[in-house]
Ligand binder design. Structure first.
Ligand code: UD1
Length: 354
């Protein structure tokens, strides 16, 4: 299969590119090499692919690249939290306008299969249940809550304690940052395209991805990379809140495999199907810090309290739909993946050689 792969030089895109080649497919590798994510040398693993430096918003370039393509795997995006409104034009331009240009070009080229990189950020807070009121939607935690150490969201009706539950794909969506809003808009745009064209789209909602090639020392680094950098400098990982906030840390090679499965799965006709891509093995951020500190023989984590504005407490993914529809279950367990992450190569700031 010939696949246009956008974001091919990125953390996840580069792993998808390798897997496509390993499984006998032909990637057409495109990356805008955004300076926020790439600054110095192109890493070896991207040199292996015949990378086209270009922007997904360039319709004429897409018309050329889409010739003979069977499917599109759209990983390119401006990532991070998107908490400063002054970033909003850039986020929407790269992520949403870019997706719109891509979908229009796919329509012109008659390409009907799309795999879209989405994110668990579309959910906002995860799912919670109150013993009295069932599934409820907790209010956002305030800065005062975090400062006072009130980390667990309370029932909006009775103020009672909530138990975190698995987040299914049909959970109510509540993007809480510009980035999250643009990821959800990408899903909506792709769903509209699929309905209008009879095409098919999978939206892979990645949970907290970590593993080899994760970016180092950028504002976009997820917590695993931040902890590793601290430990490498001989410093304790600084854990916000009380360290008991839960996430699903999923290995990047599993995420790449989910993409391959979606690209080759019987496509859902005329619609978009969102699918959680997770490990199915939730852990706390404190456990991540402790496991990595042990693997790196570094200082024990420091629980520092507080938290970042807009951080959510628990997001624990429901892995069942991915297993049912894609035959995907994670292969890399937490202990194994985090131990390996102690020495995995990370992506240094990079730029396309002239
Ligand atoms: C992250 C991504 C988001 C992506 C999502 C799913 C970033 C900045 N956020 O969100 O874009 O869509 O995963 O893959 O890449 N923490 C600490 N110490 C630190 C930094 C963070 O304890 O130094 C805590 C945070 O308070 C949070 C948890 O670690 O509770 C996870 O943080 P992070 O890795 O940024 O992930 P998400 O916010 O879940």
């Amino acid at each position: 299969m010939r696949v246009l792969l956008t974001g091919a030089a990125g953390f996840i895109g580069s792993q998808v590119a390798d897997l496509l080649v390993a499984e006998g497919h032909e990637p057409v590798a495109l990356d805008a090499m955004l300076p926020q994510a790439h600054g110095g040398q192109l890493p070896d693993w991207s040199r292996r692919h015949d990378l086209v430096a270009g922007d997904v918003r360039d319709a004429r370039l897409l018309d050329r690249l889409l010739s003979g393509v069977d499917a599109v795997c759209h990983q390119a995006a401006m990532v991070g939290h998107g908490l400063d409104p002054s970033d909003a034009p850039d986020y929407t331009s790269h992520n949403d306008y870019g997706t719109a240009v891509l979908l229009a070009a796919m329509h012109r080229a008659g390409v009907t299969r799309l795999v879209l990189a989405s994110s668990m950020v579309v959910y906002g807070e995860g799912r919670y249940e109150c013993v009295t009121h069932g599934v409820v939607r907790p209010a956002c935690r305030s800065v005062a809550d975090l400062t006072a150490g009130r980390y667990e969201p309370a029932c909006p009706r009775c103020g009672g304690t909530l138990a975190p539950a698995l987040v299914p794909e049909d959970a109510r969506l509540e993007p809480r940052s510009t980035y999250a809003a643009t990821k959800l808009a990408q899903e909506h745009l792709a769903a509209a395209w699929a309905r209008q064209t009879g095409g098919s789209a999978w939206a892979l909602r990645y949970h907290n991805v970590y593993g080899p090639r994760m970016p180092r020392d950028t504002p976009y680094a997820g917590v695993a990379s931040i902890f590793r950098s601290a430990l490498a400098a001989g410093l304790p990982p600084r854990v916000f809140e009380d360290g008991r906030q839960r996430r699903d840390f999923v290995h990047v090679t599993d995420v790449a495999r989910a993409n391959l499965l979606a690209l080759t799965a019987t496509p859902p006709p005329g619609g978009l199907v969102p699918v959680n891509v997770c490990s199915g093995e939730p852990h706390t951020v404190g456990e991540l810090a402790a496991t990595l500190a042990e693997a790196m023989a570094g200082p024990a984590p420091l629980i520092v309290g507080g938290g970042r504005a807009a951080d959510v407490r628990h997001v624990v993914a429901d892995p069942r739909r991915a297993a049912e529809l894609l035959g995907y279950t994670a292969q890399v367990g937490f202990a194994e993946g985090v131990a390996a992450f102690a020495t995995d190569p990370l992506r240094e700031p990079a730029a396309l050689a002239a």
